[in-house]
Design a protein around this ligand. Structure first.
Ligand SMILES: [Zn+2]
Ligand SMILES: [Zn+2]
Length: 398
């Protein structure tokens, strides 16, 4: 399916633009303008619109567009997998108005010059706002800290070596002191090279201790192990400036999914046990994990067709995130709609220390949504989402 769509079509709005009168939820009873042609019948009742806190049984909702703290756009250097135009079109289709792009580009985004070059690429082809991380270490090699002060001056707000973490605590300590001094957020992938449970727990614990020692803000990516979540919860009780995220796939699946989906259920950290999945659901519901982040990671069909041990880690997730997580967390009554939307909006914004951007999303909350990856916009379709019984639809981002 890769390449079936040319990026040039991506600038065409997939939802009718004549619905802009629905963008004023503060005046929900105002009648729509009848002059609009071909208004879909399911949008003919703007009285359903309201702020989340006023919700009773709405079918449609306009709310701030989602913020994804963790995506891989694959450009430059890996455009057989994905590119800015396709992956940000997927973000837009998934309800996201802002995404945070990881720095494991080729070459790695580890200097001011490379970071500024990314801004030019985004201006040319991004369909949503992109916040580009810079690396924590030069060449993302885990040995020598980047020039955090210069990156901050250029406009960087977060550093990440995602895909790995500096294994040397001395290096990470230096990164943390520099980040604290510059006022940069550290977004860390807590794992050893074997993606072991013990490694995730140990590196999460290391980072939490470094947050205490250095004052640096640490955001722990895609936690998967019960014990790591518990360590984060305890650190937050101590008042440390630390946060965490869960991915839709770690909320939806356990390692049992590998039997059905093979390499399309291979990721780092790996899918774990049911008690881990339950711990993640609980932590998202209670706010210990204040963000749902996709770790959207396109890989080619050829790469994912390799034997399991040789295939790359990662799956796409931008267009699955809302229907999957809405079903898992809200329709299951684990948390309120308002709290759930916070994990996709105010939660990640607070972690980034930014205002929620003035971008909106319109959602249809009352429809089953059996996921069809052939409707996805990503350049690669590597994922276990096809046929997944989600709930709710994203109608448009505007
Ligand atoms: Zn990662
Ligand atoms: Zn990642």
């Amino acid at each position: 399916m890769r390449g079936k769509r040319h990026p040039s079509h991506l600038s065409q709005p997939s939802q009718p633009s004549h619905l802009s009168h629905l963008s004023q939820p503060s005046q929900p009873s105002q009648p729509s303008q009848p002059s609009h042609l071909s208004q879909p019948s399911h949008l003919s009742q703007p009285s359903h619109l309201s702020q989340p806190s006023h919700l009773s049984q709405p079918s449609h909702l306009i709310t701030p567009a989602f913020i994804d703290l963790h995506v891989h756009l694959r450009e430059p250097g890996q455009t057989a997998k994905g590119d800015i135009a396709h992956e940000t079109a997927a973000a837009r289709a998934g309800g996201f108005g802002t995404v945070v792009a990881m720095a494991n580009t080729t070459p790695p985004t580890d200097t001011v010059e490379r970071w500024q070059a990314m801004q030019e690429r985004f201006a040319q082809s991004a369909q949503v706002r992109v916040i580009q991380c810079a690396c924590m270490t030069k060449d993302r090699a885990g040995r020598e800290p980047v020039d955090a002060a210069a990156l901050k001056t250029a406009g960087v707000i977060a550093l990440s070596d995602d895909g790995s973490t500096p294994q040397d605590t001395g290096v990470m300590r230096e990164v943390a002191y520099r980040a604290a001094e510059a006022g940069l957020l550290l977004i860390d992938h807590c794992e050893d090279p074997t993606s072991s449970r013990r490694g995730e727990i140990d590196f999460a614990t290391r980072d939490l201790e470094l947050a205490r020692e250095t004052g640096a803000r640490f955001h722990l990516q895609h936690l998967s192990a019960t014990e790591a979540v518990e360590a984060l919860r305890e650190a937050q009780k101590d008042g440390l400036p630390v946060s965490g995220e869960a991915t839709p796939h770690h909320l939806a699946f356990t390692a049992a999914a590998i039997a059905r989906w093979g390499t399309n259920a291979k990721m780092a950290p790996p899918l774990r046990e049911e008690h881990d999945r339950q711990a993640l659901l609980t932590a998202v519901a209670d706010g210990t994990l204040a963000a749902i982040a996709t770790d959207h990671a396109p890989h080619t069909a050829e790469e994912k067709a390799r034997p399991f041990d040789e295939a790359p880690n990662g799956i796409i997730g931008l267009e699955a995130a809302f229907p999957v997580c809405y079903a898992l967390l809200v329709k299951s009554s684990l948390m309120t709609l308002e709290d759930f939307l916070a994990r996709l909006t105010t939660g990640p914004a607070k972690i980034l220390d930014i205002e929620v951007p003035a971008i909106s999303v319109e959602l249809d909350l009352n429809s089953h949504n059996i996921l069809d990856i052939n409707q996805f916009h990503s350049k690669s379709l590597n994922c276990p989402w096809n046929g997944y019984p989600g709930w709710g639809k994203v109608l448009r981002v505007f």
